[in-house]
Design a protein around this ligand. Sequence first.
Ligand code: ASP
Ligand code: CP
Length: 312
Amino acid sequence: MSHLIETQQFTRGSLTELFKLASSLEGKRNDSLKGKIMAALFYQPSTRTRLSFESAMLRLGGGVITMENGGESSSQSKGETLEDSIKVVSQYADVIVMRHNEVGAAARAAVVSKVPIVNAGDGNLGQHPTQALLDLYTIQRELGREDDIHIVFVGNLKYYRSARSLSYLLSKYKNIRVTFVSSPELRMDNDVKEHLKENNVHFEETEDMNAAVQNADVLYQTRIAKDFIKDDKEYEKQKGRYIITRAVADSMKKGAIIIHPLPRVDEIEPEVDDSPHAVYFRQVGYGLIVRMAILKTLLGEDKKLIRAHRRK
Ligand code: ASP
Ligand code: CP
């Protein structure tokens, strides 16, 4: 059985196959997962991830059971462990999509689950692999290529699980250049940088966003997230530091794109939304078909596409 816990589980070949499947599902509805049930267990807030997985499952003819605000609404509030909850829910559903506030929660769930677990975000220093898959799909589809890409990550790189997950995926491609733009306090963590070094991906770190974006193919903006940074003083110090204004967007190369996992707060001004570089709302649509492809893969299409997750 496959679980989707982190992006290190993919190879370049399996990404190509997954994305081919995603493209073939665009605008489609079918009954291929009829009779299957997806449980969405969300212990942290979500708009896109939970609803797009639910929509994806319904578009494939399956059914959905869902729990939001799990910290309060579930029996975790009575003291039930995550492991016990998963042992129970995995008897109700054929796949479990779970977001949790603790790093490593999805991996723990996978140990005891009878059905595939999909990590929909674990903690502030974990991963958000399905977001990274849709980010990568967006990049490749919008730029029309897989290699030779300069990607500039901006803002909150330390406490941003989806940027961490995407960085691991980028090492599968050729001639990728990465620029990490952040304050010294919010630099990308060493595990990611070590991985890039080991895989010969050229990266640099800077505080100068304006210079970096001018030769970017992809500008990946992040949220200075109060819920991820946790220390209120640090949050107050960091917020508002890197804002994409229309002038910043206009300084980008022709054909370059701006992506963001969303939600956006104030880090991209609304005036940027109709810039030719802004693709963050199209990105949401790509997320739907990538998640349809993930569900089809985990529930039967070609489980081998997702390598077994190795416990650390
Ligand atoms: N929605 C993404 C996450 O949950 C990014 C964000 O919240 O800013 O990781
Ligand atoms: N991008 C993302 O994960 O959005 P939600 O937090 O709304 O699910």
